[in-house]
Design a protein around this ligand. Structure first.
Ligand code: GDP
Length: 249
């Protein structure tokens, strides 16, 4: 079995077959969870001025010019992705919640502008795990996602959403392992934390990380969120702000 690692400078397998464009993105270490003081502790918090929908693209070649840092969100259908994106953007209408499963097979770009003048792209990727899609649709999805994740040059980090109510799911573990093979930096976002007791959420988060630990040398940064309680928004924005800063240095 392959052993994955997230080194200080990049997310790689122990015997990487490829050396991808992500090699300079140092944003996937677990430092925020092991050391409470972060590098940019004195920086003011990111405040979003506007977030607007830009375009939906059938593949990465049709996406907007890669002229600013980009952060993509992905997860199983119904994991709470639209709700999380709306929470982050502070706009309950931005991403459509509960769109017909499997219908939105497009790469959706949103432009986010901060009050400090910085801007970034937020990308809503079509989710995986629909029961009702055909084999050919699944293949098409895989090709589109792989091309986007591996070739989109301004992609800084992928936020992989995991339902905090569930024990580790094979489909999520397979997806993060695939990201490892592709050397795509990512963080984990555990969603719907208000739906279970804190104890149950912690148990599921720990179980997921413990499972990853069996094949990964280091663990990615992770967040526990609730769109209902607006939990985790500040931490995700802080992480994006840190990564934006790293990109501009
Ligand atoms: P998507 O398919 O991944 O975009 O998921 P949605 O954002 O449409 O959410 C799916 C369902 O879960 C909807 O009924 C949401 O209202 C609900 N939901 C999403 N996030 C949360 C959350 O943080 N807490 C609770 N209680 N429900 C949520």
């Amino acid at each position: 079995m392959a052993t994955f690692a997230i080194r200080e400078e990049s997310l790689v397998m122990e015997n990487p077959a490829h050396n991808t464009r992500h090699s300079s993105s140092g944003n996937c270490n677990d430092a925020r969870h092991t050391t409470p003081t972060t590098r940019n502790a004195n920086r003011p918090p990111m405040i979003i001025k506007t977030a607007k929908y830009l375009i939906s693209s059938p593949d990465y070649t049709k996406c907007p010019k890669p002229d600013r840092p980009e952060y993509a969100f992905i997860g199983r259908s119904n994991v709470g992705k639209s709700s999380l994106i709306n929470m982050i953007a502070n706009n309950h209408k931005l991403a459509k919640t509960s769109a017909t499963p499997g219908k939105t097979q497009l790469i959706n770009h949103f432009l986010v502008e901060n009050t400090d003048g910085d801007s970034w792209y937020l990308v809503d990727l079509p989710g995986y795990g629909f029961a009702k899609v055909s084999q050919s649709q699944r293949k098409q999805w895989m090709k589109m996602i792989e091309d986007y994740l591996r070739k989109r040059e301004n992609l800084v980090n992928v936020f992989v959403l995991i339902d905090s109510r569930l024990s580790p799911q094979k489909i999520d573990l397979e997806f993060v392992n695939q990201l490892g093979e592709w050397q795509v930096p990512f963080s984990l976002v555990f969603t719907k934390a208000d739906k279970e007791t804190q104890k149950e959420v912690s148990r599921n988060v720990k179980a997921f990380l413990d499972t990853m630990r069996k094949t990964w040398q280091f663990l990615p940064q992770h967040f526990v969120t609730s769109a209902v309680k607006k939990l985790g928004r500040k931490q995700i924005l802080e992480a994006i702000s840190d990564m934006n800063k790293e990109q501009s240095e």
